[in-house]
Design a protein around this ligand. Structure first.
Ligand code: NAD
Ligand code: WQD
Length: 339
């Protein structure tokens, strides 16, 4: 029996593959490499001393999926494959809906035809939209995401809820990630964004290594302790542990479960800058810039449902997140680009 990891060459997926191998699972990765490099998987194999079956291809390719499920005995699917750049989704909505929603539909159809009905989906706290009071718990209604990317995640959630409601043979976990950051302790794999990073921590890291001149802090006039945006940053390795726990829970029951994967602790942009400077010993120059469209003031999780039902709790602190990020960046100033 193997675990299929779609998007397994990506930032979070590659960390998931590493952990699965360490837990003695056989792993098949399907990834189009539209936003990643096969080098990540080569390094995962080097770290673990184990091999991964890697298929370069697209989740939208039904014939490829049918062949994959015929040739490999898949027990579970961990579905990371998706486009995730918020700004790009505004410019290219059709691409995002076709890839993220259409791709998931094709994946689920192929899974159903193959009798594989255990699925963990990478969702996002963005499905809550703007929430007035923190912390955010799963009982809150999903709101109105402020961009096509977020709406694609919400649409997939609705599809999977209907799938589980209509066919009791499915076992599905919707994992709503807050803000994943950090890297494996080896420093050999990590987040390697294409182009200019949209997200805070990779941008800070690139300023520290000298690839970017200055960090733009998007607004310091929010109703938060220091005026800058507050988020729930979670170490990617804690996120991966949450997937292992979810796999074990949904293996024992049919239906659909929804869990926040966050720490329950919010940090501001300036908190993150200071933490990164402490971890790296480098200055991170910044300037105050206008607010970014679509940003909310604060967003952090109530993680108690995952703690009670999955037996999972994030345990890596901010120092570890920043130290692991810096180790990856220092060892790989240009990410996986070996030129
Ligand atoms: P990533 O871009 O590093 O990884 C996604 C992977 O999916 C990439 O390797 C890409 O090549 C692949 N992919 C995309 N479309 C594909 C397709 N049609 N067929 C095959 N492969 C395809 O992103 P990530 O940060 O690792 O995120 C993984 C998942 O988690 C995504 O679905 C993302 O939306 C979700 N998520 C990420 C965050 C975050 O802040 N990183 C937060 C919440 C949710
Ligand atoms: C964090 C904070 C910014 C960059 C996004 C997606 C979400 C999910 C996680 C996929 C905010 C501030 C940022 C910068 C800054 N991804 N910031 N300067 O926006 O909370 O969530 O990534 O699912 O869907 O929306 O994360 O890292 O972009 O921003 O001041 O150069 O840092 O304003 O307060 P965000 P982020």
């Amino acid at each position: 029996m193997s675990i299929l990891v779609t998007g397994g060459a990506g930032y979070i997926g590659s960390h998931m593959v590493l952990s699965l191998l360490e837990h003695e699972y056989d792993v098949v990765v399907l990834d189009s490499l539209v936003n990643s490099s096969a080098e990540a998987l080569r390094r995962v194999e080097s770290i673990t001393g184990k091999s991964v079956t890697f298929i370069e291809g697209d989740i939208r390719n039904r014939a490829l999926l049918d062949q994959l499920f015929t040739e490999h005995y898949i027990s579970d699917v961990l579905h990371f494959a998706g486009l995730k750049a918020v700004g790009q989704s505004v410019e290219q909505p059709l691409r995002y809906f076709e890839n993220n929603v259409g791709g998931t539909l094709t994946l689920c159809q192929a899974m159903d035809a193959a009798g594989v009905r255990t699925l963990v989906f990478s969702s996002s706290a963005t499905v809550y939209g703007e929430v007035a009071n923190m912390p955010i718990h799963e009982g809150l209604p999903t709101g109105s995401p402020t961009n096509p990317y977020g709406r694609s995640k919400l649409m997939v959630e609705e599809v999977l809820k209907d799938l589980a409601k209509g066919d009791s043979r499915w076992s599905i976990a919707l994992l709503r990630y807050f803000n994943p950051v950090g890297a494996h302790e080896s420093g050999l794999i990590g987040e390697d964004p294409n182009d200019i990073p949209n997200n805070l921590v990779p941008f800070i890291s690139q300023v520290a290594i000298g690839r970017r001149d200055v960090l733009s802090v998007y607004g310091n006039d929010y109703p938060t302790p220091d005026g800058t945006g507050v988020r729930d940053y979670i170490h990617v390795s804690d996120l991966v542990d949450g997937h292992l726990c979810a796999m074990q829970v949904i293996a024992r029951k049919h239906g659909i479960g929804i869990w926040n994967l966050g720490t329950g602790q919010g940090y501001s942009v300036l908190n993150m800058v200071q933490a990164f400077e402490k971890a790296s010993g480098r200055d991170v120059p910044y300037r105050i810039a206008p607010r970014r469209n679509g940003d909310v003031a604060e967003c952090w999780a109530d993680p108690s449902k995952a703690e009670h039902e999955l037996g999972w709790k994030a345990n890596r602190n901010l120092d570890a997140m920043m130290q692991d990020t810096w180790r990856w960046q220092k060892q790989n100033p240009n990410g996986y680009n070996l030129e």
